[in-house]
Design a protein around this ligand. Structure first.
Ligand SMILES: [Zn+2]
Length: 476
């Protein structure tokens, strides 16, 4: 029997506010343990939380960017559970009145656009972090992260394949980064997801029993964990067994999911309205103020790039994968309007170098006007495409102006006919056998001659000119 997977994702995105959601403590990553805490985020008795307006702005941005309905009135709730990294014994979250409901995100699925519905986006605070550093009889707790603002984005069970799940996650991450509300860093845990996975016979409407998979901290792991889980569930069902509702952890070392707790042990959170916070009212005016300041979103940018610069859809897709990269491209084109050539250099050499050196485009030394200037020099015949590769490497390492590099290294292309003629004469006199063979009809040898002349010139001769002049000289 053919089975189909039903996948829903819960994504937690850490909002990039300077201070925590209910107090003024810093949210900076990497500080010494417990140095960014106060009585409010530690949950000491008698303290009162105060909602961070900027966190609300960020959450509303996300709701608008995903076409969600923003509740004019929403409320925070206490989600009660006991865990060592949660000093209050409850997490302030939202429950029956979340910030927004509905909405969707478009993804590419098998060459078509597919809408993934959003059930809700709500705000909540993060918990701390337990550190099990190997000593057998103790654990440590770092509460710097307690009270850091999060949004939880819950999708409808609209996803059918691990590939689509990853596309959806990538799209969400792209949006939060464009909005500059979350850095999207999965390794540091500022963008993380849990998945609900079930299978059902293909064509069936009813859902199967689902398992929740946690602890996937890269796109690759999400893909692998979902593939594994679908295969595991299919195996259980085909073997005549029953799926149990449970929470499972992805074990990246072993490449499998393992059971963490079953439904019987699942938490009863005993939600109730947070008595220390007034309900949150996001008025039409407030929404409008945010809407006006919203940046161009990736999907819109993609369409505009194809239209304005006449580049292929694929190029637009790559170039808009981050706002910084898109800006870099547009800056280049502003300096020299040759979009396809610019795109080729960015998608090829630049992205490869960035990947090799593990550098972010923001920290790249090459200035857009320099890359544009280099491409212009190729077009004007000042340098050859081959020399450009050398110049590009130098620009990447030093951030120098390409014109300065050409001057310093004497890399100007040789287009002077007298000079090329001299080189050709030398090559012809040094290779009499090949000359004879060529004149005897072995046309393919032209490549050999061009290569010899280029070599002799140290790669600086203009190849088009060399080719043209060689043909003339040799056919005599
Ligand atoms: Zn605090």
């Amino acid at each position: 029997m053919q089975y189909e997977a039903v996948i829903g994702l819960e994504v937690h995105a850490q909002l990039r506010t300077k201070s925590k959601i209910f107090c003024g403590c810093s949210t900076k990553f990497g500080a010494l343990p417990n140095t960014q805490t106060c009585p409010v985020c530690l949950g000491l008795p008698g303290v009162l939380p105060v909602l961070n307006r900027e966190a609300v702005n960020f959450a509303v941005k996300m709701a608008i960017a995903t076409h969600s309905r923003i509740a004019p009135y929403c409320r925070f709730a206490r989600k009660n559970y006991f865990y060592p990294d949660l000093p209050k014994g409850y997490q302030i979250s939202q429950y029956e009145l979340p910030l927004s409901t509905g909405g969707y995100v478009d993804i590419e699925s098998d060459g078509a656009v597919k809408k993934i519905g959003l059930t809700r986006i709500h705000m909540e605070e993060d918990a701390g972090k337990s550190i099990h550093d190997g000593s057998a009889d103790s654990s440590l707790v770092d509460l710097n992260r307690a009270g850091v603002p999060l949004i939880e984005i819950v999708s409808e069970p609209d996803i059918r394949t691990p590939e689509d799940a990853v596309s959806y996650l990538r799209k969400l991450r792209e949006i939060v980064r464009y909005l500059e509300i979350c850095d999207g860093n999965m390794e540091e845990g500022s963008f993380r997801c849990d998945a609900n996975v079930s299978i059902r016979p293909a064509g069936e409407k009813a859902f199967g029993i689902k398992a929740e998979v946690k602890n996937m901290n890269s796109f690759r792991f999400v893909q692998k964990a979902l593939e594994y889980e679908i295969e595991r569930q299919t195996g259980v069902v085909e073997g005549g067994g029953k799926i149990v509702q449970e929470t499972r952890l992805w074990d990246s070392g072993r490449g499998i999911t393992v059971s963490m707790r079953s439904k019987e042990e699942a938490h009863d959170y005993r939600y109730f309205p947070e008595p220390d916070l007034v309900p949150l009212e996001v008025s039409e005016e407030w929404q409008e103020e945010i809407r006006k300041k919203l940046p161009e979103l990736p999907d819109d940018k993609r369409v505009r790039f194809v239209h304005d610069y006449d580049i292929p859809e694929y190029d637009a897709q790559v170039l808009t994968s981050s706002k910084a990269l898109a800006n870099f491209f547009e800056e280049c084109v502003k300096n020299y309007r040759s979009p396809k050539a610019v795109s080729n250099w960015i998608m090829g050499d630049l992205l490869r170098e960035l990947k090799l050196s593990g550098t972010d485009i923001d920290d790249c030394l090459i200035r857009p006007q320099h890359l544009a200037g280099m491409i212009k020099m190729i077009d004007e015949g000042v340098i050859s495409g081959k020399i450009a590769k050398t110049i590009f490497e130098e620009m990447y390492k030093t951030g120098k102006d390409p014109e300065a590099i050409v001057k310093d290294k004497g890399l100007v292309q040789v287009s002077d006919e007298g000079e090329i003629e001299r080189l050709i004469a030398q090559v012809i006199s040094e290779n009499p056998k090949e000359v004879e063979a060529f004149r005897g009809g072995k046309d393919k040898l032209i490549g050999f001659f061009v290569g010899q002349v280029m070599k002799l010139s140290g790669g600086k001769a203009n190849p088009a000119k060399v080719n043209e002049m060689l043909v003339k000289k040799l056919s005599r």
